[in-house]
Design a protein around this ligand. Structure first.
Ligand SMILES: [Fe+2]
Length: 475
């Protein structure tokens, strides 16, 4: 049985996004404090909640003004299943809980949902390609491939592929681009546009595509679905593009789409592997953060808040997405080494004596060692190892000074101290955030002055999120 992965595709106007559901409950609504905040004036501020009990997902409407529709019917409290469509105002949310294709087929047969297409026809893409190649503008295709291989987000690349397919075949009613997870035998939707009906309705055809390594046209009197596999070395399936049509189609233009997919197959594979690795690392990092919270209840929510603050500093400094994600992971794990500190020291009410303090000072080194086993540890371990170093060289473990302190550590140091001040863990007791920011702003000898300035700016621009209920969703 495959590992479960749940996510939601949000479609609102021309915007679409895929959001992985890592931590429950999930709150959805207009208010920015929601786990998924939607820009839809017909949605209530806090519209609905998705909870998870064992492996069951439950959706609750939070007495919203305009109600919540599940597959077109108004609901208040019900179980959410794979491929269910929730409608909130103008926003469409498609829920996915991935299972293996075989499981998916079995569950649909049990529920009588499987739609049997009348015909399953193998499409010879090779033939189409040889027909289509003559009509292809080679220079335009090369330029397109170059553009596609400069995209480093699999979700964005998948969206671009769908847009290109729709441009080539304007009658296409809906499209889905999914990654094939060979290890777990699962399809993971990376992007989807205007797809109507049950996503897995063509699962029988999908099995054929996977097992026969060929493109399939599945059709009945209402619909045609083309499933185009992306094959590495012409035999290893790594992704699939599905196109939905309501009328009979000339499939010649599939050739150009197939050519594009063939030429960027290595790039898709690289991004797909990176995506899988990141998913694994995200769940590890979140587990680590939970372990720290369990161990050190005194600092409940601290790691998550610090992770939120560094995101605000990163936005102000203009850091790119990848760097920001690594920085957030580093902040989330910065105190992980505390799992190696005895409870008698960690949970001591009063001041630590000299020996106890020396023991406590080991936590950055212990933390760095713990995360060093993660596959992408190099990208965020510096923030864990050096977050107690100080700009003037008075910190630990190595007494580094100025810019010799790694960049992530300099940012986490500011965010960490701010949280200590506002949560009463500093010698000054509880401080109002505004006072804490003012006090930090005067500590230019202790913290990197440029990062301090960015922090103050972020706070003034409302980018310092003081809540502690978020988790890292991307690395
Ligand atoms: Fe620390």
């Amino acid at each position: 049985m495959g590992q479960e992965l749940s996510y939601i595709i949000v479609e609102c106007g021309s915007k679409t996004a895929r959001l992985q559901l890592d931590s429950f409950p999930i709150l959805i609504g207009r208010d920015p404090a929601n786990s998924i905040a939607i820009d839809d004036d017909e949605a209530s501020r806090f519209h609905l909640k998705i909870k998870k009990r064992l492996s069951t997902h439950i959706v609750h409407d939070l007495n919203s003004k305009n109600g919540t529709l599940l597959n077109g019917k108004r609901i208040s409290n019900t179980v959410l299943k794979n491929n269910d469509i929730l409608t909130i105002g103008k926003t469409r949310l498609t829920f996915f809980c991935t299972v293996s294709i075989e499981q998916s087929i079995a569950s649909q047969l049990l529920e009588g949902k499987e739609v049997r297409f009348e015909h399953y026809t193998r499409i010879s893409v090779q033939q189409l390609c040889s027909k289509g190649e003559a009509s292809i503008d080679e220079r335009a295709m090369q330029a397109l491939c170059l553009k596609m291989t400069r995209i480093y987000s699999i979700d964005l690349l998948a969206s671009k592929i769908i847009i290109y397919a729709k441009k080539q075949m304007p009658n296409c009613a809906g499209a889905t681009f999914s990654l094939w997870d060979e290890e777990h035998q699962q399809l993971v939707v990376a992007a989807q546009r205007y797809w109507r009906g049950n996503h897995a309705r063509s699962s029988k055809a999908l099995v054929q595509v996977i097992s026969r390594r060929c493109a399939i046209l599945a059709s009945n009197k209402n619909m045609q679905v083309v499933i185009l596999p992306v094959l590495l070395f012409a035999k290893v399936p790594i992704a699939m593009l599905q196109l939905q049509f309501h009328t009979r189609q000339d499939l010649t233009m599939l050739a150009t789409i197939q050519l594009l997919l063939q030429r960027i197959v290595s790039h898709i594979e690289m991004l797909s592997r990176r995506n899988a690795m990141q998913r694994w690392s995200i769940s590890m990092v979140n587990s680590i953060a939970k372990i720290i919270e369990e161990k050190d209840t005194y600092t409940m929510g601290h790691s998550q808040r610090v992770s939120n603050y560094v995101a605000g500093i990163a936005a102000t400094l203009g850091l790119d997405d990848d760097t920001t994600h690594n920085l957030k992971a580093s902040a989330l794990c910065h105190d992980v080494g505390k799992v190696g500190i005895p409870d008698s020291i960690l949970k001591k009410g009063g001041m630590l004596d000299h020996d106890e303090y020396e023991e406590m000072k080991l936590h950055p080194v212990l933390g760095a060692d713990i995360v060093s086993h993660l596959p992408n540890a190099k990208s965020f371990v510096s923030g864990i190892m050096y977050h107690h170093e100080r700009w003037d060289g008075t910190g630990y473990p190595d007494g580094l000074e100025g810019e010799s302190i790694p960049f992530f550590a300099r940012i986490i140091a500011v965010a960490d101290s701010f949280d200590a001040m506002i949560s009463g863990r500093s010698y000054s007791g509880f401080m109002h955030p505004k006072d804490a920011v003012a006090k930090l702003a005067q500590s230019k000898d202790i913290y990197d002055p440029e990062i301090l300035a960015a922090f103050v700016k972020a706070y003034r621009n409302d980018l310092i999120n003081l809540k502690s209920d978020t988790v890292v969703k991307k690395l």
